[in-house]
Design a protein around this ligand. Structure first.
Ligand code: SF4
Length: 354
């Protein structure tokens, strides 16, 4: 009855689940996972359609971050052996953007490992954004950490479509993974990004030791910020970090969480990101049937992903078109003039939140 009630709420009444309803679904035994996945897939199709959005990342400045996020190999607090380099020059960013385009993705995210950008870094990212958009037609997202007043407006004016700033985990759990800034500071930056007119990309990492209840809280906390996209990373414990010896979340728990996020965030792009290869292994397709409708392709910030062609081939097998592909053009969009018509962003169904 629990799943039927959730289905009735989301697909008949078209209203958001309450926390109690979501918790009841979460408490179903993992042996019921196929039914939960089937419901998440129906909800995804009803609210978002069958398209899958592809994005690649460039780690434009790696390592040496003054913050102490316990999962992160780029923190200067831990000895992880990660590459440390200053901001890449424009040519290197453009090379990555061209490769992104060639791989069939439509989104390109420029990520820098800092607490927040200073003026010089912001100017360089703005220059890169303008050039990437002009030359490749890719939609640009940026992930530059905690913003100061006025910076979000500058990014929006340069055409940054989406700003990524993850809450990382539930408010209650966050102090266990970071002491150098607060969860509330992260929320503040998310609000600045939205107020400046950028789409908000905001998610986090599962499997850091949070409880199932905290995962549900986390999804509702994200929903309250109304993100366009929620990236879900599955902890890939990095040697040298405080979470380096943590056991992996199981594939079944990860699929359960992805499906629950879909039920709580029915109209959002839910993007499978770092750790998906490690945790889901050959069950990548199930991640896309469990409600995810976006992928990071290629490599992650400090870890290796799988070949983009493998993901594109998987989508073809599943009959899930790449978002942004024009009918008749195949999966890849390479307009002569670089223009890149994007699909409508409005969800197919709207959700009523109480
Ligand atoms: S997650 Fe971001 S803010 Fe935290 S240590 Fe890593 S790069 Fe720095």
């Amino acid at each position: 009855m629990t799943l039927e009630r959730a289905e009735d709420a989301l697909l008949v009444q078209r209203r958001a689940l309450t926390r109690d309803e979501a918790m009841s679904v979460a408490e179903l035994p993992l042996d019921d996972l196929p039914d939960l996945i089937a419901l998440a897939h129906r909800v995804r199709l009803a609210y978002c359609g069958d398209e899958v959005e592809l994005e690649s990342l460039i780690n434009a400045k790696s390592g040496g971050c003054p913050e102490d996020c316990a999962f992160c190999s780029q923190s200067a607090h831990f000895k992880t052996g990660v590459d440390i380099y200053p901001l890449l020059d424009l040519d290197e960013v453009m090379e990555a953007a061209r490769a992104t385009r060639k791989a069939g993705a439509t989104q390109f995210c420029i990520v820098v490992a800092v607490r927040g950008p200073d003026d010089r870094l912001l100017d360089k990212v703005i220059d890169a954004t303008l050039k990437v958009r002009e030359e490749t037609g890719l939609e640009v997202a940026t992930s530059l950490g905690i913003l100061k007043p006025g910076q979000a407006e500058q990014l929006a004016a340069a055409g940054v479509r989406r700003y990524n700033h993850n809450l990382e985990s539930a408010r209650e759990f966050f102090p266990q993974i970071c002491t150098t800034h607060t969860w509330e500071e992260r929320v503040e930056t998310c609000r600045m990004a939205t107020a400046a007119g950028m789409e908000l990309c905001c998610g986090g990492i599962l499997g850091m030791g949070e409880t199932l209840e905290q995962r549900i809280d986390f999804a509702f906390e994200l929903a309250a910020l109304n993100p366009v996209e929620v990236p879900i990373n599955l902890l890939d414990p990095r040697p040298g970090t405080p979470l380096g010896a943590r056991e992996l979340i199981t594939a079944r728990e990860a699929l359960q969480a992805i499906a629950l996020f879909r039920l709580i965030l029915p109209a959002t792009w839910i993007r499978l990101a770092g750790g998906r290869e490690l945790v889901l292994g050959e069950l990548q397709a199930l991640g896309l049937y469990a409600g995810a409708n976006a992928l990071i392709i290629g490599n992650y910030l400090t870890t290796i992903g799988r070949a983009p062609e493998a993901d594109v081939a998987l989508l073809e097998t599943l009959g899930m078109p790449v978002a942004g592909a024009e009918p008749g053009e195949g999966r890849f969009i390479v307009d002569a003039d670089g223009a890149h018509p994007m699909p409508p962003r409005r969800p197919l169904l709207q959700i009523q939140r109480r």
